[in-house]
Design a binder for this molecule. Structure first.
Ligand code: ASP
Length: 346
């Protein structure tokens, strides 16, 4: 029996085809996918297709849409061996991060992919990305999925989704994972990097964390950061959490007003999570005096999480534990699905 993969179409550049007569691009009909790309038939995979009614540029992605994607996967979970979500590249790392935190006990692959050029364009990267994704999503060993994770499959690499960031708006190699190696590389063979892949969960039952709190934000530190701007952001009505993008290993300017503003906000119950602006490495609070002050202001360390991962993790945890900020803070510093590295432990 062939493995079964469900393709879920949300939109993005990939979802365009070229009319052979006119040469123009149009969103292709997903139900005719196998006709559009006959090579998919050679994969020996039974492919199901689900298309959202609202096909979007991923700039319009939001927590409500994430929930819809999660619900589609949940309701088809028993019927398929793996899932491939076609998605625009702009916010793909956010969606992959959010889904990774929304699913507990995941034992099947959920791969996000897309392309830099529409699939209907001759030089498109979409066809390879799609075929690689389907093949990996269908792959099993001893009857079990090899990659029980939410991933991004792009330009011959399979990444843990919550470790990625979109780095390039021009090259086909659009994504970067600075703090975790690729889970697989696609060449003549698909080479799995088994040590980098999460183990299968010990519990069978898929869990979906469907409450997300979007009362969060991101503040990037920069030279010349002004006091009124910071104070206005911190005083935003109902703001529950803020991801603070700091320099290097977690450093911020030493201005007393900044420390006081952050300190006041954390005392009022706001969670402030420190992540680095660097694309690799992480926060080590207390290494420099400039970050010790943040620690004293009640700021929580995001270790080596990406900004995308940090904001999505905050939304899911604040939604799941709305009245237990201490639990949220503890879990923010705990790896839940491979999104952060605890030093000396890995
Ligand atoms: N703006 C598009 C999107 O993210 C870009 C892409 O698909 O690559 O939906």
């Amino acid at each position: 029996m062939n493995p079964k993969v469900l393709l879920i179409y949300t939109g993005g550049t990939i979802g365009m085809a070229q009319n052979p007569k006119t040469g123009s691009l149009y969103p292709f009909d997903f139900n005719q996918l196998l006709d559009t790309l006959p090579s998919l038939r050679k994969l020996n995979v039974d492919i199901g297709a689900y298309s959202f009614d609202e096909i979007i540029d991923s700039s319009d992605m939001n927590p409500h849409y994430w929930l819809n994607i999660a619900q589609v996967i949940e309701s088809h979970y028993q019927d398929y061996d793996g899932f491939v979500v076609l998605h625009g590249t702009d916010t793909m790392s956010y969606t992959a991060s959010a889904l990774s935190f929304m699913f507990g006990n995941l034992s099947k692959p959920i791969l996000l992919t897309g392309s830099q050029l529409p699939i209907g364009v001759l030089r498109s990267d979409g066809k390879d990305n799609l075929i690689n994704s389907i093949e990996i999503a269908a792959h099993k060993e001893n009857g079990r999925s090899l990659v029980p994770e939410v991933c991004i499959c792009f330009e011959n690499s399979l990444y843990r989704g919550n470790r990625t960031t979109k780095l390039n708006a021009e090259n086909f190699n659009a994504f970067y994972s600075g703090n975790h190696p690729p889970l697989a590389e696609v060449g003549i063979h698909v080479k799995y990097n088994r040590h980098a892949i999460l183990p299968l969960p010990t519990e069978q039952q898929l869990k979906v964390y469907s409450q997300l709190d979007d009362r969060v934000g991101i503040l990037k530190i920069h030279p010349g950061l002004s006091q009124p701007l910071v104070e206005n952001i911190l005083q935003t009505k109902h703001l529950q959490g803020l991801v603070l993008e700091t320099y290097g290993s977690g450093n911020a300017p030493s201005a007393q007003w900044l420390k006081e503003a952050l300190s006041y906000a954390t005392r009022q119950g706001m969670i402030i999570l420190n992540v680095t602006q660097c694309k690799a490495g992480g926060v080590e609070m207390g290494k420099y005096a400039a970050s010790l002050e943040l620690l004293e202001a009640g700021v929580t360390s995001g270790l080596d999480m990406t900004t995308e991962s940090a904001i999505c993790k905050m939304m899911v945890l604040l939604g799941t534990y709305p009245s237990d900020k201490e639990q949220v803070k503890t879990l923010l510093q705990t790896p839940l699905c491979g999104e952060m590295t605890i030093m000396n432990n890995e």
